[in-house]
Design a binder for this molecule. Structure first.
Ligand code: SF4
Length: 531
């Protein structure tokens, strides 16, 4: 009988990539994938440990799975397993635990587990190496090789490195994922060539700290050559990253390369000028700020100042036309005074981001910040978060609206009904609110409905503006690039309507008025052909 398996992913994009790889491996092994809400023979939860809340959520999902089917094998995987091996070991909901760096072996580990369990029916029969904490990262200092063949989307996340050497005072990640390990450049290119053949058109470069890509190899090579043991400061240079990106751009079929989160220190003049010359690299940069106050940045053990960050934003704006700059900010970090918060707010205003993801500081035991004096009350964090949300709503709307009336190209991802687009927008807003993170979606209050029965071809522009083309106006299919003019917002959604094939049209006086007002419905007959 075919066994069923369900996955639940928590946390970051890297976890998402690894979950995709695990799904692929289990499918190849003959398992049938079912939704997590259904009864399954095996549940796999790829856990997260970034805050105490993430730990709690990981435990909740493990227990939810066991409750859904007490006979099922519940597998805890990843970061939470690494940081609380003892808790996982004692948890009656967990049958099997797999640490980071063993995720690629999931099929094998499960086979062994099931064979052992058949023997005496006890989880104690699990081989010792596969018990909680087995992903001991000091025993696995190299990058775990994983390959994704066909994610089934036009966009794929590509993991290029793991681990972090930065030790920001609030973050547990260096303990959960170990030190920087870079993936072999040829292996990344091989994976991407395969993905391009299977229909992937956009590669999102992901890792725990991608600015450190290649530094471990550089340090090891120097040590071998000179005997000198010296660490290159993480995030400085980006030479290996730059070379990798330019080689990815040569892969036929890959039309876009989008960079994951980067620190400003990577964005040197050399780096930016080199990547700006390659048009496949999207003008969309997520630069982690965390605070606009230098005093707070120092307490966070971030290795840059607000001034350096601003210089980096200005550099990007010199090389790119209105790049989409997005960021993360933590409010209520221990000791954050009202003056320091106001400094951050002014800084955010000055940089003028497309999108700010704001997080209320949440203590993570085992980190330096959790033990710092001056923990900020939740009510103050909530007020500060609300102010940043207010700012990002304004900035984000202004950023998007400036492109109305302009020609843009979207990479088509899928076809959705108007009803589905409204539903997804609502869902994302609810999730954002539930996560207490003021991501932009939370700002997208529903203002009416997209025509529920109309089908739209949806995708994103290179600046990551979400767009929708009425399907009846285009013959393009997912995976293709569609050029057109952005004419208005799609009511009830976060999408802008792109009229395909009218890039060479000029708006009528009525359309111009509508664009200025933020967009109202117009019929195609109102359009004028450019002479
Ligand atoms: S850079 Fe800082 S926040 Fe990011 S993973 Fe490393 S330690 Fe954590």
């Amino acid at each position: 009988m075919v066994r069923t398996i369900a996955f639940h992913n928590l946390g970051c994009k890297v976890n998402g990539y690894e979950t995709d790889v695990m799904i692929q491996k289990m499918r190849e092994r003959g398992y049938r994938l079912v939704p997590f809400e259904e009864r399954a023979d095996i549940y796999v939860i790829n856990t997260c440990t970034v805050t105490n809340i993430a730990d709690r959520k990981s435990r909740q999902m493990l227990h939810r799975a066991k409750k859904r089917n007490p006979e099922a094998v519940v597998v805890a995987v990843g970061c939470y397993v690494e940081t609380d091996a003892e808790g996982v070991r004692k948890d009656p909901a967990v049958d099997l635990a797999i640490g980071n760096n063993r995720k690629g072996d999931i099929a094998l580990i499960l086979d062994e587990f099931l064979a052992a369990r058949k023997g005496d029916g006890s989880a104690e029969a699990v081989p010792a190496a596969d018990r909680p904490g087995s992903g001991n990262l000091t025993d696995h200092p190299v990058f775990e090789s994983m390959m994704l063949d066909s994610p089934g989307h036009t966009r794929a996340y590509i993991k290029i490195q793991d681990g972090c050497n930065q030790f920001c005072s609030y973050c547990i990640i260096p303990y959960a994922r170990g030190r920087v390990r870079s993936r072999d450049e040829e292996e990344i290119l091989t994976e991407l060539c395969g993905l391009a053949v299977s229909g992937v058109r956009e590669a999102v470069i992901t890792g725990i700290h991608i600015g450190s890509y290649g530094l471990d190899r550089e340090n090891a090579a120097r040590e071998k050559e000179t005997g000198e043991r010296r660490e290159t400061p993480a995030g400085v240079g980006g030479v290996a990253l730059q070379r990798l990106l330019l080689r990815i751009a040569e892969i036929p079929g890959i039309e876009r390369i989008r960079l994951g989160s980067l620190e400003p220190r990577v964005m040197t003049e050399d780096f930016v000028s080199a990547i700006a010359a390659e048009k496949k690299i999207c003008p969309h940069f997520h630069l982690s700020l965390q605070s606009g106050s230098n005093a707070v940045l120092r307490r966070m053990n971030r290795h840059y100042t607000a001034e350096e960050f601003m210089a980096c934003a200005e550099r990007l704006r010199r090389y790119y036309d209105r790049p989409a700059l997005t960021t993360d900010v933590i409010v209520g970090f221990p000791g954050e005074t009202e003056a320091e918060f106001q400094e951050t707010l002014r800084f955010l205003e000055a940089v003028d981001f497309y999108e700010i993801h704001v997080f209320r500081y949440s203590a993570r035991h085992g980190t330096a910040a959790a033990a710092m004096p001056g923990q900020v009350p939740e009510s103050v964090k909530a007020e500060r978060s609300e102010l940043v949300q207010e700012l990002t709503r304004r900035q984000s709307r202004r950023y998007r609206e400036q492109f109305l009336g302009e020609t843009e190209t979207l990479l088509a991802e899928e076809i959705c009904s108007g009803r589905e687009l409204t539903r997804r927008t609502q869902l994302r807003a609810e999730e954002a609110v539930a996560a207490r993170a003021s991501v932009m979606e939370a700002a997208e209050t529903v203002r009416g409905d997209a025509a529920p029965e109309t089908d739209y071809l949806i995708g994103h522009t290179s600046r990551y503006l979400p767009c929708a083309v009425p399907a009846r106006e285009t013959e393009a299919k997912p995976g293709e690039l569609v050029e057109g003019r952005l004419v208005r917002e799609l009511p009830g959604t976060a999408f802008l309507v792109l009229r395909a094939g009218i890039a060479d049209l000029v708006p009528t006086a009525g359309e111009e008025q509508s664009l200025l007002q933020g967009g109202a419905n117009r019929s195609g007959s109102e359009r004028n052909q450019k002479k």
